[in-house]
Design a protein. Structure first.
Length: 318
């Protein structure tokens, strides 16, 4: 009997993303095949390390971090499009990926997810340099500088969707295991709802909303078509000039990120029905930027995956 093509979707969660290391360890130990691997944000970092054969190296680095190390990695700036320049993280990504390209990964179909900063739509990244793709999918608005990809300004993939199960199906998976380590649904629903109310009442909304009203017409367009449709409207508030020159401040990028997330926040939330097997490790009590509890996160990932192992084995030949 021919087995099903299995997809694994790893969600973002900053340091909580290291939980995925434990998930992958258990899958490897049980001989579970992974044909399609999709990650967003920190989930993409773990996915890349696994696909490039450096999962153990990532584990060693992550479990050895302390609060001082966190400060060393972040090259702070107040003059760019993010609070960090990103140079040190870029070097880490180059190491974890062995500077490979997607085309070099033959044993698995690897893809990441980014978010169009202007429309909030997901962008699938599955070609070119893997470390550069990691910079795109981890570009948290206001924190890390946004990246340009195929004519789009792209930010953290977790802004569009918490767990990229839909993309795993889209790139060929017949059965998908989704791993959620982000935030729980009720918290995010309340938080984004509050953001939407704030934006509707603010002066910023009166200025920015006309731009986003044309998003349905432009979000699938190439750069030339996009700029052609949006040029006259964007020029009125000088956004086009900033877009072309990359002159946004980190505050403007942060606001764009909030707007992208609030565009249709329900679409991006994770639901267990989004995949065939849902793994949700008990990690929501651990702060997203806590670098001192990685061992605990990995153990939580292992425990949650072991509990789902029978379900996972069943879908392979279902």
């Amino acid at each position: 009997m021919k087995r099903k093509k299995i997809g694994l979707a790893l969600g973002g969660g900053t340091m909580r993303g290291m939980t995925h290391i434990g998930v992958l360890e258990v899958l490897i130990e049980n001989g579970i095949p992974i044909d399609n691997l999709v990650g967003c944000s920190s989930g993409a970092v773990v996915a890349a390390a696994y696909a490039c054969g450096r999962l153990e190296e990532l584990k060693e680095i992550a479990t050895s971090l302390n609060k001082k190390d966190r400060r060393k990695v972040l090259d702070i700036t107040l003059t760019g499009e993010g609070l960090i320049k990103g140079g040190k993280i870029k070097s880490l990504f180059q190491y974890l990926t062995a500077e490979k390209k997607f085309e070099d990964i033959e044993h698995i179909n690897l893809a990441f997810v980014g978010t169009d900063a202007l429309t909030g739509e997901e962008i699938v990244i599955n070609e070119g340099n893997i470390s550069e793709a990691l910079e795109i999918t981890t570009a948290l608005p206001g924190f890390a500088p946004p990246k340009r990809y195929k004519g789009r300004m792209v930010i953290d993939g977790g802004t569009a969707m918490m767990v990229p199960t839909k993309v795993a199906y889209a790139i060929g998976a017949e059965k998908v295991v989704g791993v959620n380590v982000g935030v729980n649904r009720s918290f995010l629903t309340r938080a984004v709802g509050d953001i939407r109310k704030l934006l509707r009442k603010s002066r910023l909304a009166k200025i920015a909303c006309p731009i986003f009203e044309i998003e349905e017409k432009i979000h699938n367009a190439d750069e030339k078509k996009f700029l052609g449709k949006a040029r006259r409207l964007m020029e009125k508030i000088r956004l086009l000039d900033d877009y072309e020159k990359g002159n946004f401040s980190f505050i403007e990028i942060y606001l764009l990120g909030l707007r992208a997330m609030s565009r249709d926040y329900k679409k991006g939330l994770f639901n267990a029905r989004d995949c065939d097997v849902a793994i949700e490790p008990e990690v929501f009590h651990i702060k997203r930027l806590d670098v001192t509890r990685t061992n605990e996160l990995i153990k939580k990932g292992r425990t949650a995956t072991e509990k789902k192992m029978e379900e996972i084995k069943k879908i392979i030949n279902d």
